[in-house]
Design a protein around this ligand. Sequence first.
Ligand SMILES: [Zn+2]
Length: 643
Amino acid sequence: MRSALPRLAAAFACIFVISDAAAQTDGPTPLPMPPPIPAPQDKPYPGTIKLSVDATDTIRAIFRVHETIPVAGPGPFTLLYPKWLPGNHGPTGPIDKFAGLMIRAGGKTLAWTRDTVDVYAFHVDVPDGAKVLDLEFQFVSPVASNEGRIVMTPDMLDLQWNAVALYPAGYYSRQIMIEPSVRLPAGWQYGTALERASESGGVTTFKPVSFNTLVDSPMFAGRYFERVDLDPGAKAPVHLDIVADRPDELGITPAALQAHRNLVQQAYKVFGSHHYDHYDFLLGLSDVMSSIGLEHHRSSEDATVAKYFKDWDGTAASRSLLSHEFTHSWNGKFRRPADLWTANFNVPMRDSLLWVYEGQTTFWGEVLAARSGLWTKQQGLDAFAADAATYANRIGREWRPLQDTTNDPIASQRRPIPWRSWQRSEDYYFEGELVWIDADSLIREKTGGAKSLDDFARSFFGVDNGSYVTETYTFDDVVHALNAVLPYDWATFLSTRLNDIRPAPLDGITRGGYKLVYTDKPSDLGKSGERVRKTTDLLFSLGVIIDRTGALTEVMWDGPAFNAGATVGATIVAVNGVAYDGDLLKDAITDAKSSAQPIQLLLKRGDRYETISIPYHGGLRYPDLERLPDTPALLDALLAPKN
Ligand SMILES: [Zn+2]
């Protein structure tokens, strides 16, 4: 931090000089903006849209779409491509992959124009006598990972309906009815929360749903498919719909099946309700299709490592995915921040309460992973240790309050950033989790263990069993519900942790009976994380994370490697003069503990080679939680399964 500041100051000084010289009072004045897009009204759209998707071109990854939209009469008409996507919390609709738009009415091609302010809006003039607009277009999904998420492979696909549909402006999207159908490659099977109406000539047609429900009900389909019942005999069935790259990756072991079944029951024990009539985990096991975790009311998209079941012991780090996304059916979908809920998919979202939506879901995702046996209790503690260490060392907390990071889905949309530890990024997930661990242990301590955050979850998310009509909330509603569990100044508790520049919120760890320490060996979960992500994680020693090619994917601001001149994007070629590998670097860090010599790294960045010397002698350091003697183990109570 300190070493870079003088350079920054010099740059700003230059800008001030230029802008001073350029000041002037004459020059252009702005043109008026085009007329606004019709605002959504809460009234039924007349007629039912039909949407047909041909998803058989798995070689080119092209989804071909035919859509018929009834129209009430002639005149200007605006069609929207969904922009603000639920669960993305930002304007991430893949408009750059939308192609080939042809609009016809009564057999005649109509000219369309795109709005120059909102590029997700298309204007067309409906001619006299037209009853229906006939649309054809394609969603040309990425064929290389630098174009975006790979959603179609020769063996599986993830069909997100928002990517393959236009809808009329001027209506709440819950008021627009649509009948979807899909053609899949021959022999493929699918999972989705949509309900099938008919099947004919290789085309599956689903029962009409609102446009909201359509966007909320994606499909995973594949050549290799398995459907597993996670709650046999239940009135609201829960299934795992598994697609995999290869048939031998589908098989679920009895132990894994039991843990996933436990997850459903442990979630019911927390929330005391469910907000679906049936639920489908869409589980993609692939090294080809891009990973995803995306929540919906009655399903979730969960794409993770191909060996999820096959290497059950080695892939523990991927196992809080389903518990996280399942929690969202309650926290995020059913209960949603009032400023995040929007009338359709083209009205801007506001993300101020993501520390509840994502922070508390991260909390329950990890707690439920431990309670269900997807993780051991120790792996749950390992996750808390990693979280605590991350924020104890996150130097960006010196300038940026946690609350401000809720703007990141809009500001950054998960594009790569150079200095994560200084810039911060979506820290409301895991720093948010620490705030909720803090709240949980406080409730446990002050009620002598009688109450906990479970009571908050049941009263806040567990209302209206069976309903999946979203209920919104505000900051004050959260404070009110916490006060009903334990009378306390929760407004101050939360606002100081959200808005103040202050030390990391580790009180929950110590109140929970543990202390953050560092050891020279990674935890079981930490090791699994390196294996799943194919990285060497030296963040708390040298201050770097390295991918399998030797490239630095994170360099901690003001850490030993940073201060020697390392940056993200550089690749380690050699360690102390010997060709790089991860174990060699770990040995060099250990050897440097008892040596006065710095660690020498030969780095390649672009076409430049440079040797840097890192005078680091602290040895390997990995986070761990050490039990504080003679204190109640409140974290153990939190992670224990509920009877
Ligand atoms: Zn989430």
